[in-house]
Design a protein around this ligand. Structure first.
Ligand code: ATP
Length: 493
């Protein structure tokens, strides 16, 4: 298929024929030839061309002027200048004035073909760069929330609707779907944007500390309270307080939060004084709060207070049409971050990403692509780069003793990490250790997180936090058979 069109302009008919022959037989270009530069400019008004080969000396209009005129018609056109005189000065002048390269006559066919293919490649790079800028601009408009599915468009519309108000918002959805991103977008679009967005994960902090973190305390409120300390509510004054994992908030703290929502006031620990708060509350949870209300672990009155405006972010598997654009977004982000040349996904890689399931949602997709980007070597991310992740994931899911996890894939992972720059290597080795340690631990405990935390000698909340960061789900270790029956791990990454 001839998909690139080259315009050839030369007043010598023999040269025109020669150029046409080279470009159509030695390469597969479509050629438009003209001996009159004015006719060639007219042609440019009607036909899209990718590059031009132009003689420098032509009666009526020289090559330099021709290129300048041509670029006013098609600004992304790249041109190669042919000069019979071999005078470097005029050729250099042509390049200064916008030609991509010059070739002196007589020339070797290969020299012409190489120059043309470089010009076309340059044009492609510029075009891609432009479209990247457009994508980034569009993403800003899209609040940093990538995706074009109906579900995501609905979420964006709700953000625009609720942001200018002061309403409390409840965001629900599975882990990694982007709930915090939604909360940040609401804050950024609200009149509170110049004040702070303060975020707290209610599941990651022990009950006693959560209360003092949120409401603050006065000196002497408890042993170790040497001086007054502001709570996050005060820090978020005038801004937004994001309560992540609100479903895990202990009952005692729920009561205080309800008071804050109903009366706009709270009392720091150990204080007799009520404080006024001007803070917008956005809460998120991946729990079924209605069920928690039924189970009496979540206050019904608080549930209704929080649910004034409800946004649900669906699982990635329910909006698979977002996977290509999200994948491209993460590919560009991580290629830039890790200084890798990879620019696109092969069709097979994309097919694999779209066909598998994403229990860890967008967070898991991002991690998978980051890893593949690091493993990639060229400009295209291939299916194989994604599959090397599969090996590790599958092994993590194999039953057996902890030592069995130290297999070839892990050894490869460590060898790979050792080739990275220090900071990347340190971060990756910590994450690798987290994954290895916690999956082995959870396997031993049959997915019981409390037991796992006890065995590891760490806080359950801390364990939860690491699991969340790594996209590790406790239920995957609970009932292996039933879980695997419902998943397609053999096809998965
Ligand atoms: N639509 C999206 N566009 C771009 N990035 C996204 C999108 N959705 C999620 N992400 C990214 O995925 C990661 C997880 O998102 P986020 O922390 O907002 O999820 P979450 O639902 O709050 O998770 P959790 O319930 O575990 O706290 C983040 O790095 C976020 O930037």
């Amino acid at each position: 298929m001839k998909d690139e069109t080259i315009l050839v302009v030369d007043d010598e008919p023999d040269m025109l024929r020669l150029l046409e022959r080279i470009l159509t037989t030695r390469a597969n270009y479509r050629v438009l030839k003209h001996s009159d530069p004015y006719a060639a400019l007219e042609e440019l008004k009607k036909t899209r061309v990718h590059a031009a080969v132009v003689d420098l000396k032509m009666p009526g209009m020289d090559g330099i002027r021709f290129i300048q005129e041509a670029k006013t018609i098609q600004p992304d056109l790249e041109a190669i200048v042919l000069t019979a005189y071999g005078t470097i000065e005029s050729a250099v002048e042509a390049v200064k004035k916008g030609a991509f390269d010059y070739i002196t006559k007589p020339f070797k066919k290969e020299r012409l073909l190489i120059a043309l293919s470089r010009a076309l490649e340059w044009r492609r790079i510029l075009a891609e760069n432009r479209s990247l800028k457009e994508i980034i601009g569009e993403q800003e408009e899209n609040l940093g929330i990538v995706g074009s599915s109906e579900a995501i468009c609905r979420v964006r519309a709700m953000i625009f609707q609720v942001a200018p108000t002061n309403a409390t918002v409840l965001i629900t959805g599975s882990s990694g779907t982007g709930k915090e991103l939604v909360a940040q977008a609401i804050h950024r679009l609200s009149s509170r944007r110049s004040r702070r967005f303060v975020s707290i994960n209610c599941a990651a902090i022990p009950e006693s500390i959560l209360e003092s973190e949120l409401f603050g305390y006065v000196r002497g409120a408890f042993t170790g309270a040497w001086k007054d300390r502001k709570g996050l509510i005060e820090e978020a004054q005038g801004g937004t307080l994001f309560l992540d994992e609100v479903g895990d908030m202990p009952m005692a703290v729920q009561a205080k939060l309800l008071r804050l929502l109903e009366h706009g006031e709270y009392r720091p620990l150990g204080s007799n004084e009520l404080k006024k708060a001007d803070v917008r509350i956005i809460a998120a949870t991946n729990k079924n709060l209605e069920k928690a209300v039924e189970d009496k672990t979540f206050r019904e009155d608080l549930y209704y207070r929080l649910k004034v405006f409800h946004i649900h972010v669906p699982d990635l598997d329910e909006r698979k049409e977002d996977i290509p654009i999200l994948s491209q977004f993460f590919l560009k982000k991580y290629a830039h971050l890790h200084g890798k040349p990879v620019r696109s996904l092969s069709p097979e890689a994309l097919r694999l990403l779209v066909s598998r399931t994403w229990q860890g949602n967008v967070r898991e997709l991002a991690h998978t692509i980051e890893r593949a980007v690091i493993l990639s070597t060229g400009e295209v991310l291939e299916r194989e780069h994604l599959l090397s992740h599969q090996a590790t994931r599958k092994t993590e899911r194999d039953p057996g003793s902890p030592c069995k996890t130290l297999n070839r894939e892990d050894a490869e992972e460590v060898s790979f990490i050792l080739t990275l720059p220090f900071k990347d290597a340190r971060n990756r080795i910590i994450r690798w250790f987290h994954r290895l340690y916690i999956t082995s631990l959870l396997r031993r405990c049959g997915g019981n997180v409390s037991r796992a935390a006890e065995l590891a000698g760490i806080q359950r909340q801390y364990l939860h936090q690491i699991m969340k960061e790594e996209g590790i789900q406790a239920q995957e270790f609970r009932s292996r058979e039933s879980h695997q029956a419902g998943r397609t791990w053999n096809d998965d990454i």
